[in-house]
Design a binder for this molecule. Structure first.
Ligand code: KIV
Length: 348
């Protein structure tokens, strides 16, 4: 029989051994072990026989003790104190670890994964199961960040019951702190229903990639006074409906400033100028991993595609030239066994 905690798995000793273990000496040992400070990469876990043993922390817990959990309250505090909120997309465990270690506040597991990870032409191909799988991987890599799960196309459009069930999966299965949904005033009832179901909702306004076919392409929104005013009105409606935050994509700075200053909600900009409470971009775009043209608001902070190409070419060259693997990459046979093997294979 095995007992599970969130992080360790260990056999339960039979009943009589449990009784025997609850002795003064056991408690003394337990206390002694617990009082010894351990580095953050090490945790204690009980072993058969009741002894606590120091073991290596699961990779996804490293760094957790060092950083406070970012919550909605943190983001509201940032808005009040005018301290910018940093947000990036991530779609896998190691990248999430890197982002948390670098100090990023929020991670968006965007449906942009359908494009930048899966190679589709739009975000419409992201599915619920895929989004849940990658969101939970990101959460394991970054337990302290504020994690936003992006509700994919058709996951909240059919009816509110489906919306609640799907949004609930992001919270319960993937460990997200909130979900993001794309829409305008027409999704106010969905925002209200999710909020009533205790699911915090970030509403994505402006350029909504899931509506690319309605927009007739990826176009900046709110560029004339009338459409900018519609965006401002939609933002107010979303706040009234209970949204916990707003995301503005591809919107000029003027309406973005009005929205940011006229709402209590944290407003994250993605190509919406410098006045928003925070900024988000697609990781692959800012790292220089995406091939081809990028939206005008993207600034490249790396040339990772070139660096990866160089590394892959070096590997290829060394394999072809038999320079890899070297002696240091080979396993050694036990002493004397290679000679025996040579002797026996000569006799065959
Ligand atoms: O899916 C995504 O990555 C997004 C960002 C572009 C904001 O929605």
């Amino acid at each position: 029989m095995h007992f599970h905690t969130s992080y360790v798995r260990f056999p339960i000793p039979p009943l009589e051994r449990i009784t025997a273990l609850i002795t003064c000496s056991y408690l003394y040992k337990l206390q002694m072990v617990c009082l010894t400070p351990l580095p953050p990469c090490v945790v204690r876990q009980p072993r058969t026989g009741g002894q606590l043993e120091a073991v290596r922390r699961p990779a996804y817990l490293i760094g957790m003790a060092d950083r406070e959990k970012i919550t909605l309250a943190t983001l509201r505090g940032r808005k009040k104190s005018r301290t910018p909120i940093s947000m990036l997309t991530a779609y896998d465990f190691p990248t999430a670890q890197i982002e948390q270690e670098a100090g990023i506040d929020c991670i968006l597991v965007g449906d942009s994964a359908a494009q930048v990870v899966l190679g589709h032409g739009s975000t419409l191909q992201a599915t619920m199961d895929y989004m849940i799988a990658i969101s939970s991987a990101v959460r394991r890599g970054a337990p302290s960040v504020f994690l936003v799960g992006d509700m994919p196309y058709l996951s909240f459009h059919v009816n509110t019951e489906e919306a609640i069930r799907n949004a609930g999966r992001f919270m319960a299965e993937a460990g997200c702190d909130c979900v993001k949904i794309e829409g305008d005033h027409r999704i106010a009832d969905t925002v209200r229903a999710l909020t009533a179901a205790t699911i915090p909702v970030m509403v994505h306004l402006g350029l909504r990639p899931q509506a690319v076919h309605q927009f007739g392409g990826y176009r900046a929104q709110g560029r004339d006074a009338a459409s900018a005013q519609r965006l401002i009105d939609d933002a107010r409606r979303m706040e009234d409906a209970g949204a916990c935050a707003l995301l503005l994509e591809a919107v000029p700075p003027e309406p973005a400033k009005i929205i940011t200053e006229s709402t209590e909600l944290p407003v994250i900009g993605c190509g919406a100028g410098p006045h928003c409470d925070g900024q988000v971009v697609v990781l692959h775009d800012m790292l220089g991993l995406t091939a081809g043209p990028l939206p005008r608001f993207v600034k490249r902070y790396g040339e990772i595609r070139n660096r990866m190409t160089e590394a892959v070419r070096s590997y290829l060259t060394e394999v072809v030239e038999r320079r890899y693997p070297g002696a240091e990459h080979c396993y050694q046979m036990e002493p004397g066994e290679a000679e025996k093997l040579r002797g026996s294979s000569r006799g065959q």
